[in-house]
Ligand binder design. Structure first.
Ligand code: PLP
Length: 372
């Protein structure tokens, strides 16, 4: 009989579909009849080449990624991209400045890292707490910024964008580490007519000046939350943004080098890429990103409905307009949490086979301006 599995609520590394784990187990000693494991396979072999190419094509299919975007599978995690993004993009414009929308721990960390390489501006007034997205009308975007950065789902604080920031044509960079493939994403909003002119050779730089036309410049996401296990980070980057790295950019983080080498400049995390391919196949067979969105709406509203109906017994501090469908922070007993009750809650959950429900206390802490 199949063993009942523990219910793992961890944000990431997170639960994987059981069929994916079973397939990985089945293929662990002998991948596809070749007599060795993916763990033992050379990243230069034709077998691994097939795995990485299949992973990329599944990703392209699931997210409908246009041809003028490159897909990379890198190491270093989301945190590595906090450095790689400014190292590759802050030099796009002479002034070397970047605009950051800071809505939680992860975008604050990214902004702090970027300060090493250029001028960083937080585009909105300081907030008291990370419980909402500052009103877009309060943002002052710098027209000479090399890019505008935001974190699409702040994992710790449970703040998620349910819209895509408008940047007046500036390059938009998104950390989607914790909501990647949890819903469809319009990677590029190039209109039909413009697509035609792109095919006919129009320069992207001139298109970028058209407000609301070209959307994402770069999206990155660590795999361990929604699309696999730790070790690999996906970067989807628009072609025209490649080749502008600062001279001090470490070679393994240089998008141009990695694009030219099909993510194989150095040994990639082969097994993590293989696991990603299995998860992507699972997503495809289960209805793709639209089906994932329906499921995530259903799952998160079960919890939010209980919170809303609890008369203040469960408290979610996040503004209802930007509550995350991926991470639901809540306190038990009262607004600032009743520690004894929360302990009891976690013990009760654990007895019922539910783990990793303990969140971060920082959810209710005041915004600390020294974060950025
Ligand atoms: N960005 C977000 C939204 C995250 O949730 C995390 C980690 O949880 C990171 C970045 C950092 O990722 P990593 O631990 O892979 O460096």
């Amino acid at each position: 009989m199949e063993k009942k599995r523990t219910l793992n609520f961890g944000a990431g590394p997170a639960k994987l579909p059981q069929s994916v784990l079973l397939q990985a187990q089945k293929e662990l000693l002998d991948y596809s009849g070749i007599g060795i494991s993916v763990l033992e396979m050379s990243h230069r072999s034709s077998d691994f080449n097939k795995i990485i190419n299949k992973t990329e094509s599944l990703l392209r299919e699931l997210l409908n990624i246009p041809d003028n975007y490159k897909v990379l599978f890198l190491q270093g995690g989301g945190s590595g991209q906090f450095s790689a993004v400014p190292l590759n993009l802050i030099g796009l414009k002479e002034d070397r400045c970047a605009d950051y929308i800071v809505t939680g721990t992860w975008s604050a960390k990214a902004a702090k890292e970027a300060e090493k390489y250029g001028k960083v501006r937080v585009v909105h007034p300081k907030m008291d707490s990370y419980t909402k997205i500052p009103e877009p009308s309060s943002w002052t975007l710098n027209p000479s910024a090399s890019y505008v950065y935001y974190c699409c789902n702040e994992t710790v604080h449970g703040v998620e964008y349910h819209f895509t920031p408008e940047t007046n044509g500036a390059v938009l960079v998104s950390d989607m580490s914790s909501n990647f493939l949890s819903r469809p994403v319009d990677v590029s909003k190039v209109r039909r007519g413009l697509l035609r002119s792109l095919r006919d050779g129009a320069a992207y730089s001139s298109l970028n000046l058209c407000a609301g036309v070209v959307q994402f410049g770069l999206i990155f996401a660590g795999a361990q939350k929604n699309v696999g296990c730790a070790g690999v980070t996906v970067v989807i980057v628009r072609e025209d943004l490649i080749g502008h790295a600062l001279k001090e950019c470490p070679i393994v983080l240089d998008y141009k080098v990695q694009v030219e080498m099909n993510s194989l400049y150095n040994t990639p995390p082969c097994f993590s890429i293989y696991i990603m391919s299995l998860v992507l196949e699972w997503i495809k067979n289960n209805g793709g990103s639209a089906a994932m969105e329906t499921l995530n709406k259903q799952k998160s509203s079960i919890i939010y409905d209980i919170i809303n109906a609890s008369n203040g017994f469960y408290v979610c501090p996040v503004d209802s307009a930007c509550r995350s469908r991926m991470n639901v922070p809540f306190r038990v007993g009262k607004k600032e949490g009743d520690e004894a009750l929360e302990k009891k809650f976690l013990e009760g959950a654990s007895k019922r086979g539910m783990i990793s429900l303990k969140g971060h206390r920082s959810v209710l802490l005041k915004y600390n301006p020294s974060d950025v």
